[in-house]
Design a protein around this ligand. Structure first.
Ligand SMILES: Nc1ncnc2c1ncn2[C@@H]1O[C@H](COP(=O)(O)OP(=O)(O)OP(=O)(O)O)[C@@H](O)[C@H]1O
Length: 263
């Protein structure tokens, strides 16, 4: 049970406010997608929700303010995978993913069978088993991305914040990752917040979308409500058609201007 509530959050860097006026609720086991053009403030918002960036307003999980939680309890409550992670040198893939289990270890700090089982399952599900003993710095971009996500998933926190989790992943690995996250929310009631540039994937996986534009919420609702051709034109300056799958999920496809002489 880990519902998330954000109340009138504002955050930024030094004296510059980058995001403001964000209020939203994500039910236990729900999935909120944060979308918006480059520089809109998506990563800043996610970092502020994670408690990694000073902010005003409140972030509550099951009604409890995150700032009131001790470090270990907080790590069991909320997990965050950054868009561009800093990876420690010299660790193997397995050791790095095991770090995600730290908030669950007993007084001696030794991992047990259940921790290893969680890690092994993630290695399998994220197609990393063949890389288990490899050093982090030898991984390709997509392999590194999957390893970082595996660590955040190993944390088994009630709230999972993922910043652009599919960046650098091919279409198959992107789907496996999002399917796995979807299963965690169904099986464990994990509450998910992701930023996603791929609007079609965002529409397929998230229950609700929050569109940020210039740091403020410009639209908030179901994917079909938020992803309109007007919204794409206004906030992304994009030419795009919005098609729909039989169940009504929007599919965004860019369209090219057919100006004579430009092909
Ligand atoms: N560490 C920082 N210090 C100062 N300004 C920052 C910092 N990080 C981000 N910004 C600025 O804050 C604004 C929002 O950045 P942010 O990374 O949150 O946007 P975003 O929506 O995630 O963008 P993108 O889609 O390009 O990843 C941008 O103008 C950016 O230049």
């Amino acid at each position: 049970m880990s519902g998330l509530e954000v109340r009138d959050l504002a955050a930024g860097y030094r004296r510059r406010t980058v995001v403001s006026g964000v209020s939203t609720t994500v039910d236990t086991g729900g999935w909120l997608g944060i979308i918006g053009p480059n520089g809109a403030g998506k990563s800043t918002l996610l970092k502020a929700i994670a408690g990694l960036l000073g902010h005003t307003g409140e972030v509550l999980v099951d009604g409890r303010g995150l700032s009131s939680l001790r470090r270990r309890e907080r790590a069991r409550t909320i997990a965050y995978a950054p868009q561009i992670p800093q990876l420690p040198a010299g660790l193997t893939v397995t050791d790095y993913i095991l770090l995600g289990r730290t908030p669950h270890l007993g007084a001696l700090g030794r991992e047990g069978q259940s921790d290893l089982e969680v890690v092994n399952e993630l290695l399998t599900r994220l197609d990393l088993t063949h890389l288990a003993g490899r050093s982090l710095h030898t991984l390709s971009g997509g392999e590194r991305q999957r390893t970082v996500l595996a660590r955040s998933l190993a944390q088994r926190a009630g709230v999972l914040l993922l910043d652009e989790p599919t960046t650098g992943l091919d279409i198959g690995h992107a789907q496996s990752l999002l399917d796995l996250v979807d299963e965690l929310r169904a099986e464990l009631g994990t509450t998910v917040v992701t930023t996603l540039h791929d609007l079609t994937l965002a529409a397929q996986y998230a229950d609700d979308l929050l569109l940020l534009s210039d740091g403020v919420p410009a639209a908030h609702g179901t994917p079909a409500e938020v992803l309109t051709p007007e919204a794409l034109r206004t906030h992304y300056a994009a030419r795009a058609a919005v098609l729909h799958t039989p169940d009504g999920t929007p599919v965004i496809t860019p369209t090219r201007d057919s100006t004579p002489g430009t092909g």
